[in-house]
Design a protein around this ligand. Structure first.
Ligand SMILES: Cc1ncc(COP(=O)(O)O)c(C=O)c1O
Length: 467
């Protein structure tokens, strides 16, 4: 692939930072090397000495003084080597990318660490999207993507999608506006970039089928498109085997994949990864050199120690536990939706992720309903419009996340047996025997408030519930 043709002028103009290069050389050097080169501060002056972090399984992550000095110091822009190596092995085992053994110029799979996948996405967009470019995506889509793309002045073109993700026939039709023969002509307006969320889409909960991925990949080959596979919910797929990824099909080196640890290890540590052809990952790293310099060394070391301690098996066991939690949450949300919203709304059961995408029947636009009426009733949902290319277009959907019934709520609820009679004369009784029941109550309660909220005094409900 000719990767140069995809780069924006800004990205193409990026040069390696000589100081950052020296930092990397210094970090690979033996301790006998005397360096007067780096402008790194002396960690002996830092106030922190050591730390240990208790892992829930009883393990300890320990940073002795030497490790602490490293954790507090500048590090490589692509990520600390031991975390990168661990992740590369995981990617190879999970996705078996055809590009793993390609030469660098041919698009060999490479990776870098980013400060959450959001940083990766933002930098990938800046690398590839010029003002006026046509960019393909399937909206409704992640509002963080729209926030990163729209200021670049590109023309976002919507590709039809449903609960199984982007529809290849729809993509084909959109692309039929152009002739594949024109792709490489100067000033061609043929799109060069396609973005999609393949699993548990935010906000739709949609997951793309393998067949659709294959067809979309073939169209990408025909029109020489790069595909940005934004997959933070990959590890939250409820059913196994997990769907093959675009990365696993990438014979050409045209997939840039973003992964995230936010949903499985911690969102606050801010660890994500860009995986893609080396010539493009190198450009992202040059951007990191000039912006954040690197993701926090401390958090990378912390995560790396955890992962090396666990091994891949331990990591995947942890994921299984996370999946079970979200599956239970999803099922609870679905059963509550069945109970309370059947007459007023439609939805599909998400196969991954943490979102239920609810179409409110008979409401052309949910903005007012959510931002005024639901807020009045102390219910927070996201009106669907914020996920549309044009956020002022009417949208009859709302996004409900099933991730955040707090342990405290669950715990409080499970302690009590309470009967609540609504003023709308709807009576329901809960006997809470375990956390799952507690969760069900949370969702029932929540959706009940949404569906019949106007008949309740929300304050009373709240007090009774929190008790
Ligand atoms: C589809 C999608 N992509 C990317 C992100 C960014 O995740 P993070 O930066 O926390 O890795 C999110 C966060 O919710 C998301 O839903």
């Amino acid at each position: 692939m000719n990767y140069a043709r995809f780069l924006t002028a800004v990205s193409a103009a990026r040069k390696p930072s000589p100081i950052r290069m020296l930092t990397e050389i210094q970090q690979r050097s033996p301790p006998s090397m005397i360096s007067l080169a780096a402008g790194a501060p002396n960690p002996n002056t830092f106030p922190f000495q050591s730390c240990s972090i208790q892992v829930k399984n009883g393990d300890m992550l320990t940073f002795d003084e030497t490790m602490m000095k490293r954790a507090l110091q500048y590090s490589s822009s692509s990520g600390i080597p031991e975390l990168l190596t661990w992740m590369k092995n995981l990617q190879k085992n999970l996705h078996n990318p055809p590009t793993a053994n390609y030469s660098a110029e041919k698009g060999q799979m490479d990776m870098c660490v980013t400060t959450g996948s959001q940083e990766g996405l933002c930098k990938v967009f800046e690398m590839l999207v010029n003002p006026g470019d046509n960019v393909l995506l399937d909206a409704p889509t992640y509002s963080g993507t729209l926030a990163a793309l729209q200021p670049l002045g590109c023309n976002l073109i919507n590709v039809p999608s449903d609960q199984h993700g982007m529809i290849p026939g729809g993509l084909k039709e959109v692309l039929s506006r152009w002739d594949p023969a024109d792709v490489h002509k100067p000033h061609s307006t043929v799109p060069r970039v396609l973005y999609t969320i393949p699993n548990g889409g935010n906000p739709t909960g949609a997951s793309m089928t393998t067949q659709r991925k294959r067809e979309v990949y073939e169209l990408a080959r025909q029109y020489d498109l790069l595909i940005i596979e934004d997959d933070p919910y990959y590890f939250l797929q409820f059913d196994k085997p997990w769907a093959p990824t675009f990365l696993s099909m990438d014979v050409d080196g045209r997939i840039i994949r973003t992964d995230s640890f936010s949903k499985i290890l911690s969102s606050g540590l801010r660890i994500g990864f860009v995986t893609g052809p080396k010539p493009l990952v190198d450009r992202v790293v040059l951007h990191i050199q000039a912006s954040t310099m690197h993701t926090s060394t401390f958090t990378q070391l912390m995560v790396s120690q955890l992962l090396h301690g666990w091994g891949q098996e331990g990591f995947l066991n942890h994921i299984d536990g996370v999946i079970e939690f979200y599956r239970t949450q999803r099922d609870a949300m679905l059963s509550s939706a069945d109970k309370w919203l059947k007459d007023v709304a439609e939805w599909h059961s998400p196969a991954a992720g943490m979102f239920l995408w609810i179409k409110v029947k008979g409401v052309a636009d949910t903005q007012k309903l959510i931002m005024e009426k639901a807020m009045e009733k102390e219910v927070l949902l996201v009106p669907g419009g914020v996920f549309m290319i044009n956020s002022s277009d009417p949208c009859s959907y709302v996004r409900a996340a099933f991730s955040l019934s707090t342990p405290q709520q669950i715990d409080e609820v499970k302690k009590h047996t309470h009967t609540h009679t609504c003023k709308c004369s709807h009576t329901y009784t809960h006997t809470h025997t375990n956390t799952l029941e507690g969760n069900k109550c949370t969702f029932s309660f929540f959706l009940h408030r949404l569906s019949r909220g106007s008949l309740h005094s929300s304050r009373n409900l709240c007090e009774e519930y929190i008790r």
